[in-house]
Design a protein around this ligand. Structure first.
Ligand SMILES: C[S@@+](CC[C@H](N)C(=O)[O-])C[C@H]1O[C@@H](n2cnc3c(N)ncnc32)[C@H](O)[C@@H]1O
Length: 372
């Protein structure tokens, strides 16, 4: 049984709700049948049916916030409820994520930067002077280590950062243009899916997917993602993948529950964003951040726990969802990987591991993959 099947079976056993698994006690979860779900789902379908063909494309002519409204309505109609983690990254969310990366507990960013600093020259030698295309580039701070190495080796480099968060993308583009004039940077503000068709025209290329963003995809999303990478990269193109390989529950718990509270602010901001963009009228003070490492599935699960019953209104769709006292809504997963499983998995998509770099603590790995 794979992780996806096991997860669904466990959900069925828990009556379709996420349950808390605390070491000392079990916190009872209020009954949270979704009385509004069927009605809301039919509203989602009606709203989708009324959309033009291009609906969902970033930069299309849809009413502002429609993508987000539909995604929230779908996620709140799901059993158990889960929200698409990409909406964590609005302008405020991207800034909070930068704060998380600087926390002493959040080892991922430092470990990956250490690896890149040691390996960048070797990577540039191995790939040759290719275009660097980065999915989910965020602030591109670590990427600047690679850009420096490519400029040293080849005098200049083309860089195409791609991110769904427009503000962090613009900030990164401005910073790189000012600091590294030999980098020809052109940003693309869109989703991974919208970016894939552009990859072929950028070959020879190295696709960057850093920050363990691969861990935010569940197993079904992961298959879809790597299938797209495989289809759209050309033979001989490269992919540089940064993944978290840590399985130590204590350090994982600390990393996703930083003492300064940035992780909690990140979770709450998703609901504050609903207030700002969807008129949701949520009391975000009534939401707790819950992050736990589930060793059985080797993933961190991050939830918003409602410590009082509330309603989430989505004005644009005319829908409203009741959230029960104590209910957990999944906002993000952070999967952790074993190299002995990940390398053969990637191979099934025609991506062969040419180099594997790890940090001295062996908590993080960067894989240089080649499309065969
Ligand atoms: C975990 S952060 C990693 C940022 C950066 N790569 C790093 O290593 O620090 C994920 C980034 O991917 C972006 N992102 C998340 N889902 C996305 C999607 N479906 N399409 C495009 N960008 C996405 C977010 O806006 C965010 O900047």
């Amino acid at each position: 049984m794979n992780e996806f099947m096991a997860e669904n079976l466990a959900r069925q056993k828990s009556g379709g709700r996420f349950v808390e698994e605390w070491p000392t006690s079990v916190i009872p979860i209020a009954s949270v049948a979704h009385p509004g779900a069927a009605r809301a789902l039919s509203q989602v379908s009606a709203a989708q049916a009324a959309l033009p063909e291009t609906a969902g494309a970033v930069g299309g002519s849809d009413p502002p916030g429609l993508d987000f409204a539909l995604a929230v309505a779908r996620g709140l109609s799901d059993i158990p409820r889960r929200l698409d983690s990409r909406y964590l990254y609005d302008s405020r969310g991207s800034q909070i994520f930068e704060d998380i990366c600087k926390q002493p507990e959040y080892y991922l960013t430092r470990a990956e930067a250490t690896i890149l600093a040691a390996a960048a020259g070797d990577i540039a030698d191995k790939t040759g002077n290719v275009t660097l295309v980065e999915l989910g580039s965020g602030s591109s701070i670590k990427t600047q280590i690679l850009l420096d190495a490519f400029v040293s080796a080849y005098g200049s480099v083309d860089y195409r950062p791609i991110d769904v968060s427009a503000s962090i993308l613009e900030q990164a583009e401005n910073e790189i243009s000012a600091r590294l004039p030999a980098v020809n940077v052109e940003a693309l503000n869109c989703t991974y899916d919208d970016a894939f068709p552009h990859l072929a025209s950028l070959s020879p290329a190295m696709l960057l997917f850093l920050g363990s963003s691969a861990g935010n995809l569940d197993s079904g999303e992961s298959d879809h993602f790597w299938e797209n990478v495989s289809t759209n990269l050309q033979a001989g193109d490269y992919c540089l993948l940064g993944i978290d390989i840590n399985e130590d529950p204590r350090s994982l718990h600390a990393a996703y529950n930083d003492a300064a509270g940035h992780s909690a602010a990140f979770t709450r901001n998703l609901f504050a964003r609903m207030n700002r963009e969807l008129g949701a009228s949520i009391d975000t003070g009534g939401i707790d951040h819950v992050a736990r490492y589930v060793s059985r599935w080797r993933r961190v699960e991050i939830f918003a726990r409602f410590n009082q019953g509330q309603r989430i209104d989505i004005v644009l769709l005319g829908s409203s969802f009741g959230i029960g006292h104590g209910e957990l809504i999944l906002t993000e997963v952070g999967r952790k990987f074993r190299l002995r499983q990940m390398v053969p998995y990637l191979c099934t998509f025609g991506l062969s591991a040419e180099r594997i770099y790890t940090d001295p603590g062996r908590r993080f790995a960067v894989l240089l993959l080649k499309k065969i």
